[in-house]
Ligand binder design. Structure first.
Ligand code: SAM
Length: 197
């Protein structure tokens, strides 16, 4: 349950993200994610890509028994996330790691792995961290549509084209991965939910 203070603080984080051009989850996307966590009784979450802690805080506020580990490689964003998590008194439930996710080794198992980091690397994040997923649990990825560019014929710069191709490769990887059943949702910037068989 949010207090008025909590709502204002969340709005402040949203404003800060806008002002400093920090990509955080879109409203529809974060609503989908928090609903999903609530409905599926998810308690242990690994997030790749903290930014300034917005989605981690929103996820933690779903239920007071939720614990989150969240990884962010950017030092300034990590520091801002630490501040924000403290403001919500969530230090005991959100563990922030300031490292490149590819250098992080975790032994814990999670009910949900939320991939929201470098979009060209999603296959690598998925394959690196799937060993940390409990059976019958979930990997969710944001920005699967990438501003409507995945699957479109729009003219793009070479770099953007490459990025969009990598996201498209990730979609194919999920569709062809027999260890998971993946559903795709046109919500926010496009979300995939993969369930481990
Ligand atoms: N989940 C956040 C939210 O909605 O509030 C937004 C995350 S933002 C889209 C992606 C973040 O992932 C960026 O802050 C970026 O620095 C971080 N990132 C990208 N690649 C990473 C990596 N290899 N390891 C850790 N963090 C990474």
């Amino acid at each position: 349950m949010f207090t008025i203070f909590g709502v204002c603080m969340l709005e402040n984080i949203e404003k800060y993200a806008k002002e400093y051009n920090i990509p955080i989850m879109q409203k529809e996307g974060i609503e989908f994610l928090t609903d999903f966590i609530r409905k599926n009784n998810i308690k242990k979450i690994l997030e790749i890509g903290t930014a300034i802690g917005y989605s981690a805080i929103k996820m933690a506020l779903v239920d007071q028994n939720i614990e989150i580990v969240s990884i962010e490689r950017d030092n300034e964003r990590y520091k801002e996330a630490v501040k924000n998590v403290k403001l919500f008194n969530l230090e005991n439930r959100i563990k922030l790691i300031n490292q490149d996710a590819f250098d992080v080794e975790l032994n814990d198992k999670f009910d949900l792995i939320f991939i929201d980091a470098a979009k060209a690397q999603s296959i690598k994040f998925f394959t690196k961290f799937e060993k940390n997923l409990n059976d019958n649990k979930y990997i969710i990825t944001d920005n699967i549509n990438f501003h409507g560019l995945v699957g479109s014929n729009e003219k793009m710069s070479r770099n953007l084209k490459q990025l969009v191709r990598k996201i498209s490769d990730y979609v194919d990887f999920l569709k062809n991965n027999n260890n998971y059943i993946t559903k795709f949702y046109d919500i926010g910037d496009g979300i995939s939910v993969s369930i481990k068989r």
